[in-house]
Ligand binder design. Structure first.
Ligand SMILES: *[C@@H]1O[C@H](CO)[C@@H](O)[C@H](O)[C@H]1NC(C)=O
Ligand SMILES: *[C@@H]1O[C@H](CO)[C@@H](O)[C@H](O)[C@H]1NC(C)=O
Ligand SMILES: *[C@@H]1O[C@H](CO)[C@@H](O)[C@H](O)[C@H]1NC(C)=O
Length: 445
């Protein structure tokens, strides 16, 4: 006799739970299909996937809404052609309104061209400056452009009074893109570029060692390194072997690597002791702390093997740009049909046959100029570019990286983050950088 009553109670509990859920989820909301193209083999791809899903859940859970984003995840791997075919497949079969991703500039390059043909916005976190020159009206960069850090790096060089530096960069779109801007900033700061050295992303250990032995013969011992984590790991482990992580040397790394340091293995961190880096400063807030806890629980449940992985700035930007897209879709609505078909002709290509998005131009225009308070702080997209603000300068010591100061366009280097001080002037003083620990725990004079 007990069993049916219990079943009934469970059923009641279940129903009330559904009602609570349905209150927040508008069952008749218009579905907005969105493609999400990520490299799901990478930690970063997995981090972004969790953030996109959580942004969608959070956005609709506490407001009335007429529309709802339906994400369609596709794994692009590292391949540009795979990313492009994922985009075409999403447009053809799902008629997506917008595409989030892909991660790599070489992939984004293709996907933006496709978005342009069908007038669908592509919101990609690629930092490559090369993409800016495309000036596509359909491209929204949801990360700080890599060029934004050049002045911050030059300011560090200036603060320590170094007269010569050598640039070592990854021979890829990413590395090559940043070099001209860094070179220009060094020139402006009267710093001599002693050497420019390209390292192939597929360089073997002995090649790295050989290249480092060459760099060792340079007069300068100050190196600016522009590499992504994959190559950087092998590179820094080799610098240690070449005896270049010792007293007298100084290494500065660029922001993508600095932001991804916690996905780098511990042997590499060991080899990077004393390295300085710049990275986007994210102000802690109650919302962010709360989100980080939820994210951690969920991510580690979904990816139990990645128990060391922490949320990073790219994840927060993925969250904020998904929220921005959801907000924009809510404001412009979902049109049906999604695409305007062209006149039928026998020789149309797949993309031409698809036509152009009916959401153009309202959706693109809204996202290309968008301001909000996000988890990452002020999330401001202007003319399709996420606007940079303060950089944090960090020093790799022990198992992590510790802040030694800030750099802002307005005030230069400062110990504390300065806000709206009309009397302050741009300065690059070494004393404003707190206690740097150098390679070999030495001090450069
Ligand atoms: C749910 O969506 C429909 C269709 O867009 C809209 O008419 C209705 O007002 C929405 N309801 C709520 C509670 O947001
Ligand atoms: C400086 O850079 C060039 C070009 O990468 C390279 O061929 C040369 O060997 C470098 N010089 C030194 C001393 O490392
Ligand atoms: C397709 O055919 C039309 C004539 O039917 C022609 O004008 C046009 O150039 C062709 N386009 C391509 C891409 O071949």
């Amino acid at each position: 006799m007990e069993t049916p009553r219990f079943c009934f109670i469970y059923l009641l509990m279940f129903m009330s739970f559904c009602v609570v859920r349905l209150n927040c989820r508008n069952a008749t909301a218009e579905m907005a299909d969105v493609g999400v193209i990520l490299d799901l083999d990478t930690t970063l791809g997995k981090i972004c996937k969790a953030c996109v899903s959580m942004a969608i859940e959070d956005f609709y859970s506490n407001r009335d809404h007429n529309t709802m984003i339906m994400p369609h995840f596709r794994d692009s791997g590292t391949d540009a052609v795979a990313a492009a075919s994922a985009a075409i497949e999403l447009l053809k079969n799902t008629q997506v309104m917008a595409i989030l991703g892909p991660q790599r500039s070489i992939q984004a390059d293709f996907v933006i061209d496709i978005g342009e043909k069908v007038r669908v916005p592509v919101i990609s976190p690629s930092t490559s400056l090369a993409l800016s020159s495309k000036e596509s009206q359909y491209f929204i960069r949801s990360a700080w452009c890599s060029s934004s850090q050049a002045k911050a790096i030059a300011a560090i060089v200036k603060a320590f009074g170094w007269k010569e530096v050598a640039l070592v960069y990854e021979d890829s779109n990413y590395g090559r893109g940043l070099i001209p801007i860094l070179a220009e900033e060094m020139l402006t700061s009267n710093v001599l570029m002693a050497n420019l050295s390209a390292v192939s992303p597929s360089a073997k250990h002995h090649q790295l060692l050989q290249q480092l032995e060459q760099l060792k013969t340079l007069q300068t011992r100050v190196f600016v390194v522009v590499m992504l984590p994959n190559l950087a790991s092998r590179f820094f482990q080799t610098t240690e072997e070449a005896g270049m992580v010792s007293k007298g040397y100084a290494w500065i790394i660029s922001y993508v690597l600095t932001s991804l340091l916690d996905s780098v293995d511990s042997e590499t961190i060991e080899a990077m002791q004393g390295v300085l880096g710049v990275k986007p400063y994210i102000q802690r807030s109650r919302e962010l702390n709360h989100f980080t806890k939820r994210w951690r629980r969920r991510f580690h449940e979904e990816n139990p093997e990645m128990d060391r992985t922490e949320l990073n700035v790219f994840g927060l930007w993925a969250y904020d740009s998904t929220t921005a897209l959801a907000d924009a879709v809510e404001r412009v609505g979902v049109v049906s049909p999604q695409f305007k078909k062209p006149m039928q002709r026998w020789n149309l290509t797949d993309l031409e046959a698809l036509g152009t998005s009916n959401s153009y131009p309202s959706l693109v225009h809204l996202i290309r100029n968008y301001k909000s308070k996000g988890l990452s702080g002020d999330f401001s997209i202007s003319n399709g570019q996420l606007q940079p603000s303060a950089f944090e300068i960090v020093n790799v010591v022990g198992a992590g990286a510790y802040r030694v100061g800030f750099w802002t366009e307005r005030y230069g280097i400062s110990q504390k983050l300065q806000v709206d001080d009309p009397t302050a002037v741009y300065s690059t003083k070494k004393d404003d950088l707190g206690g740097v620990v150098w390679p070999g725990r030495g001090v450069i004079v």
